[in-house]
Structure formats: C-alpha cells, structure tokens
Design a protein around this ligand. Structure first.
Ligand SMILES: Nc1nc2c(ncn2[C@@H]2O[C@H](COP(=O)(O)OP(=O)(O)OP(=O)(O)O)[C@@H](O)[C@H]2O)c(=O)[nH]1
Ligand SMILES: [Mg+2]
Length: 294
C-alpha cells in the first residue's frame, strides 16, 4: 500500500480522478502519507479560483452550485466542489439530496464533487478542508466551489479559505435584511439574490442597496441570472488583490502551527492541569510555560 501511495501525487497531477479521490480520503483522515502527498503537490497549486458559497439553510446554495457548474462547463472550465455537511455526520439527508441533485454532473470528468462530513473541533470548517482545497487546486481544477451553510463559524472560515465569497440570500427567509445573520453580510464579495422569482425579492434587493458589494439576481432552478453571476465572479477573480493570498497564508500558517502544537498535548496531562488550575493549586501561566518547554 505504501508503494501505491508514493505514486499518488504523480497520478493526481496527471488527472487521475480515482487517485485524487483516494488522496482526498487520506487527507481527510489525516492518514500517514497524507503530508507527503500535500508537500509533493504543493508546487502545482495556486492556479485555481476558490469560491466560498455560503448562506442560510435552504437559500439555494446547492441548486446554485449545480447551475454554476453547468455554466462553467459550457466554458470548458474544470470544476471541483467541496460540500461541507451542514449537519451531523449521520443525518445524511442534506448530503443525500445534494448527491441526487449533483448526479447530472457525475458522468463528467471535468467535475469532481466531494462531500465532507467532518467538522472542526471548535465548530466551523475542519482544518482538513484547507488541505482538500489545496489538493483539488493542484489537481488542475480551474474553479473550486466550497458550499457551506451559514451557521456557526462556517461562513467566517470559508471566507478565510476562499479567494472570494458569494453570500446567497433569498426572500421569504425572514421579514427583511435585519433577519439575515449578523456577520454574514460583511464577508461577501458578491451577493446572490436567489429565488428572484419569489415574492419579496424586489424588497430584499432594495434593502440590500446600502451594501457596497455587487448583487446578482438569480433563479437557480432555471439558470436565470447565471451568466451575469459568472461575469461578476470573473471580474472579482481578475481584480484579486495580491494581499488576499498573503492574508490567507498568514492565517493558515498560524492555524497549522497551533494544530500541531495542540496535537502534542496529552489529554490526561491537560485534565490534570485543568483540575489543578480550577482548584487553585497552580496558576495557568505557569502551566503554559511548562507546556511550551516540552
Ligand atoms: N423558486 C425557487 N426555488 C429555488 C431556487 N433555488 C433553489 N430553490 C429551491 O429551494 C430549495 C432549497 O434549495 P437548496 O439548493 O437545497 O438550498 P441550500 O441552500 O443548498 O440548502 P442547505 O444545503 O440545506 O442549506 C429546493 O427545493 C430548491 O429547488 C430558485 O431560484 N427559485
Ligand atoms: Mg445545500
């Protein structure tokens, strides 16, 4: 098995989808060998455009992702999708629905779809999502779409991971713009007012006027507005500031470092320290100094 794994990077870079799927599993499970794969493919990454797609449950993210795939494929772009499961690993419903909806693209070698069930320990996206996106980038996909539901910490995380973030809004999900979760508007590079065929769309559009970001109206179920959305995304892609990449790596290097340091902690040692600090036997500052010495 070790032998076949050493060949994985080469096979991924040559466009072998089965090798890519296998590498995704290794990376997702943090299996031995995944670090070597990531190191080897890294020089080939940095070319894809990574787009976060977030918004309230039911806003139409998956339908829109599927419609966007169709648009991109008609322009011969290769597309990878990372769908981050909004619910618990075992609920399955949402992912199953997405699989059925995405089935139209499954026969197409220019489309790669991966559903992730893992969650970060502190809520939000699992750190492995970053590594998976890097793998897909290195594998030569032109676009990487990361769909995640705008709950908890997810949308903030996806904005850090992606080069641009599309926030999907839909009418009928609350009375007005005040009902939209605080924080989700700030991370948008573009707003997609989906379900533009539904009552309340005009009012929502009016409410959004004050936000200094482009807004595109879509009907994901019919594909209406998708060429306009792609146009807006192309404009964002063409004008990406170089510092966006740097701030991404600034965040990511710190996150990777923290993750590695945390992994060294022995849970029993932590439990003991917790008891000592809670019982006022030892101060937490000394504990941290001791931990940093090992
Ligand atoms: N009328 C109308 N219905 C839409 C539109 N886009 C999506 N829908 C419907 O809205 C429902 C939810 O769409 P999804 O694509 O599953 O929404 P989602 O944001 O991915 O949902 P979660 O992943 O569960 O958060 C489905 O029944 C879609 O068919 C649209 O533009 N107009
Ligand atoms: Mg969905």
């Amino acid at each position: 098995m070790a032998g076949s794994q050493t060949l994985l990077p080469e096979r991924i870079l040559s466009g072998d989808i089965r090798a890519l799927a296998r590498a995704c599993s290794l990376v997702e499970n943090r299996s031995p060998g995944s670090a070597v794969i990531l190191k080897t493919v890294f020089p080939n990454s940095g070319r894809a455009f990574t787009l976060g797609i977030t918004g309230a449950p039911g806003a139409g993210k998956s339908t829109l992702t599927s419609a966007l795939i169709a648009q991109l494929r008609s322009r011969q772009q290769r597309v990878a999708v990372l769908a981050v499961d909004p619910s618990s690993p075992f609920s399955g419903g949402a992912i199953l629905g997405d699989r059925i909806r995405m089935a139209a693209h499954h026969e197409d070698a220019g489309v790669f779809i991966r559903s992730m069930a893992t969650r970060g320990a502190l809520g939000g996206l699992a750190p492995t999502t970053h590594d998976l996106a890097l793998l897909l980038d290195a594998a030569g996909f032109d676009w990487i779409l990361i769909e995640t539901v705008g709950v908890g910490q997810d949308e903030v995380d996806v904005a850090r991971l992606a080069q641009a973030t599309a926030v999907i809004l839909a009418p009928g999900m609350g009375d007005d713009v005040q009902a939209i979760k605080a924080g989700i508007l700030e991370i948008a590079d573009v707003f997609v007012l989906n379900k533009a065929d539904q009552p309340g769309a005009a009012r929502l559009e009016q409410d959004m006027h004050e936000w200094p970001r482009p807004l595109v109206k879509t009907v994901a179920t019919t594909g209406d507005g998708l060429p306009e959305l792609l146009g807006a995304l192309e404009t964002i892609r063409a004008n990406l500031p170089a510092r966006r990449t740097e701030s991404h790596w600034d965040y990511r290097l710190r996150q990777m470092f923290a993750e590695r340091v945390m992994a060294r902690l022995d849970p029993q040692q932590v439990a003991q320290a917790v008891r000592r600090v809670a019982g006022r036997e030892c101060d937490p500052y000394t504990i941290i100094e001791e931990w940093l010495k090992v």
